[in-house]
Design a protein around this ligand. Structure first.
Ligand SMILES: C[S@@+](CC[C@H](N)C(=O)[O-])C[C@H]1O[C@@H](n2cnc3c(N)ncnc32)[C@H](O)[C@@H]1O
Length: 274
């Protein structure tokens, strides 16, 4: 991949915004919360296991791990997210750090979870290599990633609408594909090269329950880094057209309401350290 410095800066800047962190925790993450039990099960977490939760955000996966009795260390580079996580999950330890460069000794964890972190790091293979280093042999890694626009769901509605109605001047710096690590053909070779085997892949039917079909747009605009960087600067005329197109897709595919279940399907990929 080329120069990803601008992408890395955008990710750090956006997730460090307390408003973005708060909006992610109160809105967008209702879908990612549904994936938590699948991540917890995929790494066989339980009592007396030491689990590292990378890109822990506001602590939803950490909370799930604490719930099954694991000793949990959550790591994130956003102070705003860590503040939310510490308040929400007093039973876990939260530390500031970069998922691509871990400060933990070799073989110090039984399992590692990464809830929707892979799309946000400039070089996901570096994270996988670091995870392998800090995992004990036999330990498991599991990461979740949203399915791409080819699968029916809000991700496709929003990014499709940006493609059709967004201002052409607003573009993202080069970075990894947002849905790359939902694809076993991309994820498995990276895992294998880092020293993992026994791969598993599960599709999770996560979704949002909403009473306004436009919330799919609002959640991306207010509570994400990449979506927000594309949506927040849109001039009003473009923003309104994008939101209207999203609403149209929701009504077309999911009925007239007054409540909607908007799909946000995800993939959980897991593997074992050899
Ligand atoms: C989409 S949120 C995921 C939050 C939570 N794990 C979940 O499953 O809902 C992504 C998180 O990754 C963090 N993040 C992104 N890049 C990171 C990096 N290189 N190192 C540490 N944290 C990072 C962001 O600050 C943000 O909290």
């Amino acid at each position: 991949m080329g120069d990803t410095r601008a992408f890395a800066e955008l990710e750090k800047r956006e997730w460090s915004e307390p408003d973005v962190a708060g909006a992610y925790a109160s809105g967008f993450s209702k879908a990612s919360d549904m994936v938590v039990p699948h991540l917890v099960a995929a790494v066989d977490a339980g009592p007396d296991t030491d689990v590292l939760d990378l890109c822990c955000g506001h602590g939803n996966v950490s909370a799930g791990l604490v719930g099954v009795g694991a000793r949990v260390t959550g790591l994130d580079f956003s102070a705003a997210m860590l503040e939310l996580a510490r308040a929400a999950v007093p039973g876990a330890r939260f530390v500031s750090g970069d998922a691509m460069q871990l400060s933990f000794p070799d073989a110090s964890f039984d399992a590692v979870t990464i809830g929707f972190g892979m799309p946000h790091v400039p070089e996901p293979p570096r994270v996988v290599a670091e995870v392998r280093r800090v995992l004990k042999p036999g330990g498991r890694i599991a990461f979740s990633t949203w399915c791409g626009p080819e699968v029916d769901g809000a991700f496709g509605y929003v990014f499709g609408a940006i493609g059709s109605h967004g201002s052409p001047e607003i573009v993202l710096p080069p970075g990894p594909g947002a849905n790359d690590y939902a694809d076993p053909d991309i994820a498995y070779p990276v895992l294998e090269a880092a020293g993992f085997g026994k791969f598993r892949c599960e599709v999770v039917a996560s979704c949002w329950h909403v009473n306004d079909p436009g919330l799919a747009f609002d959640f991306f605009r207010d509570g994400t880094a990449r979506g927000g960087a594309l949506l927040r600067p849109q001039p009003d005329v473009h923003a309104s057209a994008i939101r209207a197109a999203v609403v149209e897709r929701v009504l077309e595919n999911h009925g007239d309401g007054p409540e909607w279940i908007i799909p946000m399907p995800a993939v959980v990929i897991s593997a074992q350290a050899i």
